[in-house]
Design a protein around this ligand. Sequence first.
Ligand code: GDP
Length: 350
Amino acid sequence: MENDFPFEKPNKRKERTENKRYLAKKKRYQEKMAWNSSGAPEFSSAFLEKSENVWRISEIKQGVSGKILTCFSQDWGILDLQIRWNDERAGAVVIGDYVSLRKEEIDGIIKRANLLARYKWDNNRFSLGSRILQPIAANLDYVVIVASAKDPKFQPWFIDRYMVLVDETGIPPIICITKSDLLPIDDPVLDWYENTLKVPVIHASSVSGDGIGALQEILRGKTVAFVGKSGVGKSSLTNALLGDDVITTSHVSEKWGQGRHTTTASKMHVWGKDSYVIDTPGIRSLEFLEFDREELKMYFPEFVKHSGKCQFRDCNHATEPICGIKSAVSEWKIPEFRYRTYLRLLSEVA
Ligand code: GDP
């Protein structure tokens, strides 16, 4: 497990915050990876290396007596499997997983490169409101943060918010501003991400087609998910991306009585060789901040060098009268939009 953690340990001289953030991230990563084996005990020895003969979970449907998993192979084969609710495997696989099959049965999950998961409060009366891990999708190359230029109004702080959420997953982000046909957007938040953090920013319109080519170029050969508020144009973007090349990864199977009695829970669209867009409701509402106040501060690394001037060591940089961060904001050393995002997120965390 130690060696599997995909992020490099900061060297000793790096800021203390970097180290703390590294440890927090590692703890959560291990928690997520533990889910792999606890969710599927008999699979734990079967985490295979990826080979030619594997299938990918491309659609998960909820049926009456269990889950119906559609598997998609590298040579465009499609196969439906049914897993009954009482089978442990029903809860063990997520969309995007690579699995090995034997006699039309899942016999192992290929070790995941990453797992996009979120925590939610378990309101079961026996659990006393503890956090439970809800896995969403596996093996992603990018998360595309989608915001619209207009309708709904462009709100830069939402991008900041999603950046914090995505940063925590360890999956690289891309920013896409949709509906560019309605209004051109030029905002310091976007400059900050593009120039300081080197995050690709793409302006696109599903109506005029502008920027769709650029998006296709960057996403070709990758597995991605679009996240963002409802109505910003994620579905339209998926459709524009798929274009005419859409390849179906599901079929109606009479064998399992699919159709009227099933609902699609998650789906992975294929639009080219190894090019996938994952669409699950869980991803769309990726809105839960998993950390506490102390950890939130670590997601604003530019605050660190000014925090020495705070009166209190555990300063929240909010209502405290003497605060290094607030002075840095008033002296333009920290961009004001970053500080505003911080305050908004602070009000959301425990
Ligand atoms: P989602 O909820 O994020 O999946 O958003 P949708 O893709 O359903 O889009 C919401 C609305 O915005 C729909 O009425 C779309 O027609 C519209 N829309 C989406 N993309 C664009 C675009 O690029 N330009 C314009 N003008 N409208 C768009």
